[in-house]
Ligand binder design. Structure first.
Ligand code: FPP
Length: 313
């Protein structure tokens, strides 16, 4: 399921007074100009949260759904344009016991039914990414209903990644690009080879074409990825899109994660220097002037290294 193409423009509005006192105090320390455009969260640790309390795993997921709502509402109050939550991976679908998968599907439906009003009260629009068509039809129907019921909202876009895997997203994107090219060739009455030769392969396939064919084509890439429960993995989440994202890992388990912790992660993010492969703002022209000329460096390498180190292997 791809998001609808005619979406309302994001309209920030002043809802900071709705933050809790603790959140407001932390928000006051943030730079409002540097609020990320897009935060993506790998929600992890529901099972461990339940295990620590000798509860069934299902109750961890149930508590995790509560966290979703708290965090999304704080995101909407600070005018975060996009928040994407990894709710259910393709691998979860294939590798978890059927009973847990069925429970997660039921929980998703009841979460959507129970929270659409709150989403509307918070001006949040709901969208999805993933191979949604493989989910049970009654789940798809409820998802469709929730996205339609919130489609006119102009605040935060909450995207739930469901039956999502980043590699399969890239496969889907490649298939879409190829299918579109074949259709165009057919329409023009020429072969695919001829079509590509007209403009050249570079003009027909570059990074923009791939980004534009991903499920997330309409969103900026995440500025910040948060993972709860301390695991240091990306788990097949938005691999293409997070090429230059900042990553924040917290030991806190997802069911204990709240809006204040989102603000803490943003505070940490605001202290980072993003370089996107460049040198960053702190690297000045004076630093560049201070660098030794290449010839001197080359000479130093020759004189400093022993013949053995220089010998061909
Ligand atoms: C990881 O915890 C979490 C999931 C596999 C599912 C995430 C689901 C929710 C947060 C609740 C439902 C969400 C919505 C939107 C209604 P885990 O089970 O892998 O935890 P563990 O690693 O401690 O076992």
């Amino acid at each position: 399921m791809r998001a609808s193409t005619t979406r309302p423009v994001f309209q920030p509005c002043s809802r900071l007074h709705e933050l809790s006192a603790e959140e407001a105090a932390l928000y006051a320390q943030l730079d409002p100009q540097k609020i990320p455009q897009h935060v993506a969260i790998i929600m992890d640790g529901n099972g461990r949260w339940a295990g620590k309390r000798a509860l069934k795993r299902f109750l961890g997921h149930q508590q995790g759904a509560e966290s979703v709502q708290f965090v999304v509402e704080t995101a909407s109050r600070i005018n975060l344009p996009f928040i994407t939550l990894y709710a259910f991976s393709l691998e979860n679908n294939l590798r978890r016991p059927k009973s847990e998968v069925n429970f997660l599907m039921k929980l998703l439906r009841s979460y959507l039914v129970g929270n659409v009003k709150r989403m509307n009260d918070n001006n949040v629009r709901m969208e999805y990414i993933g191979r949604i068509c493989e989910l049970p039809s009654e789940v798809q129907d409820t998802m469709q209903w929730a996205s339609e019921a919130t489609a006119r909202n102009t605040g935060t876009t909450l995207t739930l990644a469901l039956n999502y895997g980043s590699r399969s997203e890239i496969v889907d994107a490649a298939r879409k690009i190829l299918t579109d090219l074949i259709a165009e060739a057919h329409q023009r009455g020429c072969s695919l080879e001829d079509l590509i030769q007209v403009d050249g392969l570079e003009a027909r396939l570059d990074e923009h074409h791939i980004s534009g064919a991903l499920y997330t084509a309409h969103m900026p890439d995440p500025d910040l990825v948060i993972r709860t429960s301390g695991e240091q993995r990306i788990s097949n989440f938005l691999l293409w899109q997070i090429a230059y994202s900042e990553i924040f890992i917290t030991d806190r388990l997802w069911p204990d994660f709240r809006g204040i912790h989102l603000l803490e992660a943003i505070q940490n993010y605001q202290k980072r220097e993003r370089r996107f492969g460049g040198l960053g703002e702190t690297f000045t022209d004076e630093d560049l002037d201070a660098l030794e000329p290449a010839a001197e460096v080359a000479e130093e390498i020759v004189t400093e290294l022993t013949p053995k180190q220089l010998a061909p292997r």
